[in-house]
Ligand binder design. Structure first.
Ligand code: 13P
Length: 260
């Protein structure tokens, strides 16, 4: 994992059959052969991991899961562990997505346990955080983000930070068509980097990959990625169509080159 390339991840959420996921992965792999200047990660639902993994073989596109449970094995009906994800070929796992925090009661403490479990099994974590609309309107955005970073990264050392990608996803921008403006996103991204610098030092904070997520589209991706502290995207809806996913990736590469 390196910050030399823009990092573009597609979160397919609870969508697609196995054959639909395979077909989408196939189209993306084909288009990505011409796009070596981006780190591309796809997160299909659990049921499609194995088939998508096969499709990604011989390509540079990486596989991610959308969740895990922190225990390694045992009587936890319905859960999937980090060693299982590793076995299924996942290099990454999304942890702490706001949909899991809101609909499944995930807490900062649980997110922290999940990140530690992923790293222990050699799976990179894509650690999501973000404020709700009410929190933003009450001027609490930075406090919420600070609390989520502290809680999520509690007890995690500087060496381990290299295995974590942070994704800032304002809850009010997810699936709503309301993207954060580049300035709004940059303000939070730079706050995240400052907080990382306080705990881990400037060097590791500068190396950290911080993604933006929330209604990313081909039309807004160039401006967002032109911001200094935005290193890539975590894309929901627009990642379900190969064409829009690839267009975003192209725009991201263009912005990244101009920024350097
Ligand atoms: P949308 O791109 O559909 O807003 O979703 C963003 C997201 O939740 C990615 O994890």
């Amino acid at each position: 994992m390196s910050k030399k390339l823009p990092f573009i991840a597609g979160n397919w959420k609870m969508n697609l059959t196995i054959s639909g996921a395979k077909a989408l992965a196939k189209s993306i792999v084909k288009a990505c052969a011409d796009l070596p200047e981006a780190e591309i990660v796809l997160a299909p639902p659990f049921t499609a991991l194995s088939k998508v993994k096969k499709t990604l073989e011989d390509s540079s596109v990486k596989l991610a899961a959308q969740n895990l449970f922190w225990e390694e094995k045992g009587a936890f009906t319905g859960e999937v562990s980090a060693p299982m994800l590793r076995d299924a070929g996942c290099q990454y796992v999304i942890i702490g997505h706001s949909e899991r925090r809101q609909s499944f009661g995930e807490t900062d403490e649980g997110v922290n346990r999940k990140i530690k479990a992923a790293l222990k099994s050699g799976v990179f974590a894509i650690f999501c955080l973000g404020e709700t609309l009410v929190e933003r309107e009450h001027g609490e955005t930075m406090d919420v983000i600070t609390r989520q970073i502290r809680g999520g990264l509690e007890g995690i050392g500087g060496g381990e930070l290299k295995s974590i990608v942070i994704a800032y996803e304002p809850v009010w921008a997810i699936g709503t068509g309301k993207t954060a403006s580049p300035g709004q996103a940059e303000e939070v991204h730079s706050h995240i980097r400052e907080k990382l610098a306080l705990t881990y030092g400037i060097g590791p904070a500068e190396c950290a990959i911080i993604l933006y997520g929330g209604s990313v589209k081909p039309a807004n991706s160039f401006a967002l990625l032109s911001e200094k502290n935005i290193d890539g995207f975590l894309i929901g809806g627009a990642s379900l169509e190969a064409e829009s996913f690839i267009q975003i990736t192209r725009e991201a590469i263009r912005a990244y080159k101009e920024k350097k």
